[in-house]
Design a binder for this molecule. Structure first.
Ligand SMILES: [Zn+2]
Length: 298
């Protein structure tokens, strides 16, 4: 039995998977805010409860919004900032009395989709997560590709490629730079772009509904978003050339993307043809917790 934990900023979810990938039990709690020790204790308690419910023990994998630095052994890059600077894997192992695998949550999504999702059986799966922020994860042969600094897939803070003059220097990003992809292709970025051009403060979902109702301003915002996302994806294709591209996060619910995006990627790909499928994540919001469980595949 494999237990996966998805450690998010607002909720911590845990799941137990059978060998065939069936969800045996699922539990969810609110993330204790700004209290690291309470979070570690809560994760341990979720695992213990799952094992008590099912009457057996399992492996434990945990997805976090950040990474454990190989240089220090401490968490870095987590937007749940109370995680940063903590030896999370060691603390979880002590609390649970067994080895625990910890991986970036976007990589967990890629693993989940590679094992039994939209990228089943594909050798290289690249998963872009377009939500409040924008990031991505990588799975090669069904395993997370973490990278030397555990930052493989950190795509959102690369600059928007092939920018037009009206896209330079780009919006200011919380990371300190300007023009990061995240400021254009996240849900927040899409909404901010719409507001800059129209003065209307709407979220991404509302903008898409207006577009479907024929609103030309919303149509323009979607078209700009598509072009920018296409260039951002093409940049990755030129380096990694994945077998399948999976979209996750809130914006992956925009169904038009799957028909419209490939034609906006293709012109920027250095190839005579662009045939990579762009698919919606099969497991949606459950991909993170499922991928964490699949961190133990052997
Ligand atoms: Zn940035």
């Amino acid at each position: 039995m494999r237990i996966g934990v998805d450690w998010g900023g607002t909720k911590i979810e845990a799941i137990a998977l059978s060998d065939a990938g069936a969800a045996l039990v699922r539990k969810r709690i609110a993330t204790p805010q700004h209290d690291y020790d309470a979070c570690v204790a809560a994760v341990a308690r979720l695992v213990v409860e799952i094992e008590a419910t099912l009457g057996r023990t399992g492996t434990v994998g945990v997805g976090i919004p950040g990474a454990i630095s190989p240089a220090t052994g401490l968490v870095k890059n987590a937007n749940s900032i109370w995680l940063n600077g903590r030896p999370l894997d060691a603390d979880l192992e002590r609390a649970l009395g067994r080895p625990v695998r910890v991986e970036n949550d976007a990589n967990c999504l890629a693993v989940s989709e590679a094992v039994d999702g939209a990228g089943t059986g594909a050798a290289v799966v690249w998963a872009a997560v377009l939500g409040t922020g924008a990031g991505s994860g990588l799975a090669v042969q069904g395993r997370a590709l973490a990278g030397r600094h555990r930052i493989a897939g950190e795509w959102g803070h690369n600059p928007l490629p092939w920018p037009g003059d009206d896209e330079r220097p780009g919006p200011r990003c919380y990371c300190g730079r300007r023009g990061c992809l995240e400021t254009f292709v996240s849900g927040t970025g899409l909404a901010a772009d719409h507001q800059r051009r129209t003065g209307q403060a709407l979220d991404a979902e509302a903008i898409m509904s207006r577009m479907r109702a024929g609103d030309p301003d919303a149509r323009r915002t979607y078209d700009l978003f598509l072009g920018r996302l296409g260039r951002g994806v093409a940049h990755v294709v030129n380096i990694l050339d994945p077998d399948v591209i999976v979209l996750g996060g809130g914006l992956s619910d925009i169904d038009e993307l799957y028909a419209d995006l490939p034609a906006r990627i293709a012109p920027f790909v250095f190839s005579d043809a662009f045939e990579t499928p762009v698919r919606k994540s099969r497991h949606g919001p459950s991909s993170g917790v499922r991928g964490a469980a699949w961190l133990w595949t052997e």
